[in-house]
Design a protein around this ligand. Structure first.
Ligand code: PMV
Length: 324
């Protein structure tokens, strides 16, 4: 049910994991509401080799200072194990809401679990979430689950048997696969970096106001309807719910003038569009109308954004096998 396990492998090990964009439900998912996450075909690859001291890109200080690597080693690489030297190659822009930290985390966890004898994919999902949350202090398992599973995943939504169930404190999230309709999506980075943790905390404060529960219910309804529209492969409906989701994200204060400029610039080339991820900067996701992907891309370029035309990543985190 959970897909192939991560096999055991000797060092050196290379592993790869996809980034992601959130199609519906960011922020509300932190409070247990549904979310839909698309693993995108932009990946991060890591290589781990035995070395004399832990290094990242040849730098020992960088290895110690990297919150996700340090947390992964603390959890999965017992003191006294042989030091590892890491190199990375990534096509995912950083601090852009496109899952660079989730992809890095899932790839590093894949490599470490493989070096320790292999693991089931649900263990990889659990560990990747624990590492990201440990390094970030807040958050839900949507990003790391998409990086681990590939394709489309629903958190606390969708149908059918769960891939895995994850917990933190008194929150509990069920993660299910949603069938990929094979659509082409457009994500675009605004060039404005932001902090996920700061945005999550500011939305938390907004949701603690008296109308918070009503807002959360509205987020839930939009995500449920949106997930159903994707499951029915209804593009226009999906776009409509994306626009509706953006309206709510604006209301909780995580849009940004640069994001609004990019969303406006898309005009009639898309079915719908919204910010994706934490917001307050970062990126947008749009569902282009069929045949208008290049037009949407050009519109974003003219408005000063950095567009990527993406599809669902066909595969989640995996070892990269060395050529024979
Ligand atoms: O990592 P980002 O910036 O794409 O944001 C993650 C989405 C949030 O819902 C804001 C936080 C979370 O962990 O779910």
């Amino acid at each position: 049910m959970n897909g192939a396990s991560i096999p055991a492998s000797p060092l050196p090990i290379s592993a790869r994991a996809p980034g992601k964009c959130i199609v519906f439900g960011e922020h509300a998912v932190v409070h247990g509401r549904p979310e839909l996450v698309l693993a995108i075909d932009l990946t991060t690859q890591v290589i781990a080799r035995a070395g004399e001291v832990p290094r990242l890109e040849g730098d020992a200080d960088a290895a110690r200072a990297h919150p996700y690597l340090a947390e992964a080693l603390r959890r999965l690489w017992p003191e006294g194990s042989e030091p590892l030297e890491w190199t990375t190659v990534s096509r995912i822009p950083r601090a852009a809401g496109l899952g660079s930290s989730a992809a890095f985390t899932a790839a590093v966890a894949t490599a470490l679990l493989a070096a320790r004898g292999g693991a089931d994919r649900s263990i990889l999902a659990e560990q990747s979430f624990a590492i990201e949350r440990g390094a970030q202090g807040v958050g839900s398992p949507g990003d790391t689950s998409a990086s681990v599973a590939g394709g489309l995943v629903a958190v606390n939504g969708g149908e059918g048997p769960p891939l895995w169930e994850l917990h933190a404190g008194d929150q509990r999230w069920l993660v299910r696969r949603v069938r990929d309709p094979g659509w082409v999506w457009l994500v675009a980075y605004s060039g404005v970096p932001r902090s996920t943790a700061d945005a999550v905390r500011s939305v938390g404060r907004r949701l603690a106001e008296p109308d918070g529960p009503k807002l959360l219910d509205a987020f839930e309804e939009v995500a449920r309807q949106g997930i159903e529209a994707v499951q029915r492969e209804e593009r226009t409906e999906t776009g409509r719910w994306m626009n509706e989701n953006q309206r709510l994200l604006r209301e909780v204060g995580v849009s940004h003038p640069r994001l609004e400029t990019l969303l406006d610039a898309l005009g009639p080339s898309v079915e719908g569009a919204k910010l994706t991820g934490a917001g307050a900067g970062g990126s947008i996701v749009a569902l282009p109308k069929p045949g208008r992907e290049v037009e949407a891309q050009r519109r974003i370029e003219r408005a000063g954004g950095r567009p990527f035309v993406v599809r669902a990543a066909p595969q989640g985190a995996a070892l990269v096998l060395a050529p024979p």
